[in-house]
Design a protein around this ligand. Sequence first.
Ligand code: ATP
Ligand code: MG
Ligand code: MG
Ligand code: MG
Length: 469
Amino acid sequence: MISTNDIRRSFLDYFAEHGHEKVPSAPLVPHNDPTLMFVNAGMVPFKNVFTGVEKRPYSTATSAQKCVRAGGKHNDLDNVGYTARHHTFFEMLGNFSFGDYFKDRAIELSWNLLTKEWGIDASRLLVTIYHDDDQAAEIWKRVAGLPDEKIIRINSSDNFWTMGDDGPCGPCSEIFYDHGDHIPGGPPGSPDEDGDRFIEIWNLVFMQYVQEGGKIVGDLPRPSIDTGMGLERIAALLQGKHDNYDTDTFRALIEESAALTGVDPDSAFKASHRVIADHLRSSGFLVADGVLPANEGRGYVLRRIMRRAMRHAHLLGAKQPLMHRMVPALVAEMGGAYPDLLRAQSLIEATLLQEETRFRQTLDKGLKLLDEATTGMAKGDTLPGATAFKLYDTYGFPYDLTEDALRSQGLTVDRAGFDAAMAEQKAAARAAWKGSGEKASDDLWFDLADELGSTEFTGYTSSEGEGQV
Ligand code: ATP
Ligand code: MG
Ligand code: MG
Ligand code: MG
């Protein structure tokens, strides 16, 4: 069986053999885009190369890029543990052409890698194209011999890629693998396409137009290619599995959490093991790239991820902090490909231990409160926003953690009520502030505090004895 580490290598070697420059993964915190929380696709570090702002000594490249999709436009946090194919942290394998080859070559390279190099059964593959992209349809027929019914035309933004409102854009074509009719889910474009039977493995983006203000204004002078394939998804396929969480890397992490908690990995607690494995990866890689848990911004996304994992560790009956003890297994799996992870091992362990020690001080009490508040509730009921706010403010429960905790019982949270309670607390803090007597400067202070979010957590930071971050 080919390992995930070997698949990464095999992908990069294949494209290097075809003239692509191997480019190492950029850090998860984007240095060229303040509007983006984390790098969420392989093309992000190349944005300025595609627009022509930045020049590189090569015109084609390949990379395995670390990605996090746990905030902002792409947020897969709620999918983790529940679908076979989503992670908060994953690696995107990609090949890129900066005005070098275009559609023909891109399709040919991807098809040959999948079916010739890796020997994937071609009869199980199907593709989507943007509805009017006749050129792509013609190439798929010619290069791959796909029949019309396996070239599905999609008329939605899913198959048209843009870089915001201005800049390069164009149709894309996604490659799917049919795992078989024993798994629920319909083909792309069908009403039940979100099932896990047809799994999207690779997205080929054909950048060929230029947009201004959301409208196509002409052709891109040098059409370009950006592709992205999830390493974990292709690993599942090549290892004969349907589910990413059954691949070698994930299995090693899940078995570690099973060994440390004594809870069978395939029991009713399966989802908890999966969440822990997934969140361990995102937490570890984020800390290695310099993000630390905090009450706002990127650090708050990390804190949310960590605390969600910690609640699941609690569900598995862990009496002591667990997450830091899983780090050696993570480093054993991924430290070879990512020496930064190995270098940061002790920082990752210390950060997880500190966060879990703190959170455990309030977690039990918070869960008790949640239990009491939901006694007598039935599937479809809604937790009052004020209760979710108390959990957030007093017990350090991020809003989405409460949601996650209620999910298995089919309960939801009143978001509007939560927001109202938050606004009320802010207003009360403002009113209680006697201030310096200079209204203008006080207003300025509160505006700034609102903007930076530093007042959001005064409740629980004081009860936890944490300093402001
Ligand atoms: P999906 O529809 O399954 O959510 P996507 O269309 O959002 O995937 P893209 O943005 O096209 O994904 O990203 C390119 C590739 O990256 C996908 O084809 C998939 O293989 C992989 N990928 C995307 N999101 C995730 C994730 N959360 N976890 C693991 N792999 C992912
Ligand atoms: Mg998605
Ligand atoms: Mg998709
Ligand atoms: Mg896609």
